[in-house]
Design a protein around this ligand. Sequence first.
Ligand SMILES: Nc1ncnc2c1ncn2[C@@H]1O[C@H](COP(=O)(O)OP(=O)(O)O)[C@@H](O)[C@H]1O
Ligand SMILES: [Mg+2]
Length: 205
Amino acid sequence: MKVVAVATPKGGCGKTTLAIHLADWLARGGEEVVLWDLDPQQSACEWWAGGRFAFECRGGEWEEIERERERKREGWAVVDCPPGFDARGIERVGKIARVVLVPVLPSPLDLWACARWVGELAQAAHKEQERWLVVNQFERQSATVLPAVLAAARELGVQVAAGVVTRRAIYRRAALEGRSAFGYGRIGRAAQEELERLFGEVVRG
Ligand SMILES: Nc1ncnc2c1ncn2[C@@H]1O[C@H](COP(=O)(O)OP(=O)(O)O)[C@@H](O)[C@H]1O
Ligand SMILES: [Mg+2]
């Protein structure tokens, strides 16, 4: 079982949005997926309960994921992590996750906070772990700051995904309607394409 953690030290960067979409993308590709919602706010479970998805969503603890990983060879666990990591949280993610996706808003302030945190995580992590910063809520108007933000991240030794997630109304609408952007046809196409590119790069690349 492959564990993908979606984690940031801050709230509101897009963890739940990214986690639901990754779980749905994998499930639509025929994979067995459990979305673990470790955030006490339980937003992923709430989103999931409002619709019909081809994957399961559970609340729980890292220990349960670890036990399941030892038991199961196949399938995926996508983990929507709570904000506010302490040393133990970092240790858990470092030990259990194969891939860590860190959504970050395209702003230097967010980037600095996240890059520092990814550095701490790297210290605690096993060797095979891959960590990716994923730019979320990208807007064309902010395109001018993006190259500088990405260069700064690379200087800090943090890998940044080439695929970015744009700020789009469909991501909010999807939560309201108990779907993901993959559950829409043409109106979701642009979102589907950017996510396929991103997930192909960071999860299946
Ligand atoms: N790419 C996006 N485009 C538009 N709205 C987004 C996007 N990503 C997240 N949001 C919105 O931003 C807010 C925070 O996202 P959320 O996924 O809940 O972050 P977190 O789980 O890190 O707190 C939510 O209202 C969500 O609908
Ligand atoms: Mg959340």
